[in-house]
Design a protein around this ligand. Structure first.
Ligand code: C5P
Length: 401
């Protein structure tokens, strides 16, 4: 199920096991992957391109150019398109070319351009497999980060019995599925996340706002979704967008709207992370017409308190739910953080101080400490990092709770 929507380059080389490529494609497509075949000329002696393209729904790429049309195939574009490249079967010859960068065909050229993880499933006769050259080339590839799907032992096409049979397509799909499933440490968790500023209307053209960019909250949303969580991102107005399909964005404007959205979603969530900068006050009587300069009556705007969302969720929270707050402070950050932690009944609070260079609103970096409600954990401090790296630290921490 981890292969759904994944782009896989299937490299096929000239070994008898190429006949199993059809089954491999079938299984990958069934698992939801999109497959692009890049075959060597020798591979196409063993299996017809029409079989492969019928199964993938894409023309087989073998040469740099299509002979009759002159169409050029970009190995760079294919390499960048891929989430993984799998070479199965991988002959001794292709393994050697890959190990040493002999890019004299489309397949090895694509390999050198691919940024995605690469897997090889060697297939050859037992003596070729056992040859020190092959062993050395595989060790070189492994050192370069290539994942080797070890061949099985059994009867080979030569009728000899030994090690060199390409691993079965079912097993190759299992390896890929497990690879993409790795790191899904928040699978099955539902997270409520607030982010960005809130804006509180004074009249149809003016509001009270703050400098929150939403970057920290959005970075947490993306990282949590990447870890497999289902994220409900309740966001005030920002210029940011989300890309992961695991994130459902709920757009709100005011603190009151954010409060209502959070109360609605919190009961279905395991974790709530309050990263928004909610306005503490809102105009008591927002005007529905623009206030004119000549209206001398508006010398002051009466404000009323906004509901404290974190504190409200702190009262609703069950023993199964975790609630994490943020405290952005200009002074006495840790003491203020501790006070908010207990007053709002949080499980942990992420503290950052505007006094630290590179921390706070609008920047791409942040420097945080996390205080736990559990006195045995107390306080963890982190160095200045990118907001993406800070998001990972925060989620690592939450995973320990
Ligand atoms: O009290 P203070 O605003 O500093 O608390 C910050 C924490 O409380 C943050 O996690 C913020 O998102 C949350 N908060 C809230 N609703 C408010 C005010 C703050 O959820 N009205």
């Amino acid at each position: 199920m981890n292969l759904k929507g994944k782009h896989i380059i299937l490299g096929i080389t000239g070994g008898i096991a190429a006949y199993k490529s059809a089954t491999l494609i079938r299984l990958l497509v069934k698992a939801g992957a999109e497959v692009q075949v890049v075959a060597t000329a020798a591979a196409l002696e063993f299996i017809r391109p029409v079989t492969l393209s019928a199964l993938t729904g894409k023309p087989v790429i073998s040469e740099f150019f299509t002979a009759n049309t002159g169409e050029w195939h970009s190995h760079v574009d294919i390499g960048l398109w891929a989430d993984a490249m799998v070479i199965a079967p991988a002959t001794a010859c292709t393994l050697a070319k890959m190990a040493t960068g002999v890019a004299d065909n489309m397949l090895v050229t694509t390999y050198l351009s691919a940024k995605a993880p690469v897997f090889v499933a060697p297939a050859m006769d037992l003596d070729m497999m056992a040859h020190p050259t092959t062993t050395r080339n595989l060790a070189m590839l492994a050192a370069d980060g290539v994942h080797v799907i070890e061949p099985a032992s059994g009867e080979l096409a030569s009728h000899l019995v030994g090690r060199g049979r390409m691993e079965e397509p079912e097993k190759i799909v299992e390896v890929l599925d497990a690879f993409f499933g790795k790191g899904k440490t928040m699978q099955g968790k539902r997270i409520l996340l607030t982010a960005g500023p809130t804006i509180e209307r004074i009249d149809p053209v003016r509001y009270i706002g703050n400098f929150s960019s939403g970057k920290m909250g959005y970075a947490i949303a993306e990282e949590a979704a990447r870890r497999g969580a289902e994220v409900i991102l309740v966001s005030g107005p920002t210029s940011l967008s989300v890309s992961h399909p695991g994130i459902t964005k709920v757009d709100v404007e005011s603190g009151r709207e954010m409060y209502e959205a959070c109360l609605k979603h919190f009961p279905q969530c395991d974790i709530a992370i309050m990263a928004a900068a909610v306005a503490d006050y809102t105009p008591a009587e927002p005007r529905d017409k623009k206030i004119k300069r000549e209206h001398e009556d508006v010398e002051s705007i009466r404000l009323v308190k906004n509901p404290d969302i974190a504190a409200a969720l702190g009262r609703e929270k069950t023993s199964e739910q975790k609630l994490i707050g943020f405290a952005l402070e200009t002074d006495s950050a840790i003491d203020n953080g501790r006070e908010k932690l207990s007053r709002k009944n949080l499980d942990a609070i992420v503290v950052n101080s505007l006094a630290d260079a590179g921390a706070g609103f609008g920047t791409d970096t942040n420097k945080i400490s996390i205080i736990s409600a559990d006195p045995s954990q107390d306080i963890t401090t982190y160095p200045l990092k990118s907001k993406d790296a800070v998001a990972a630290d925060i989620l690592d921490y939450i995973e320990t709770l």
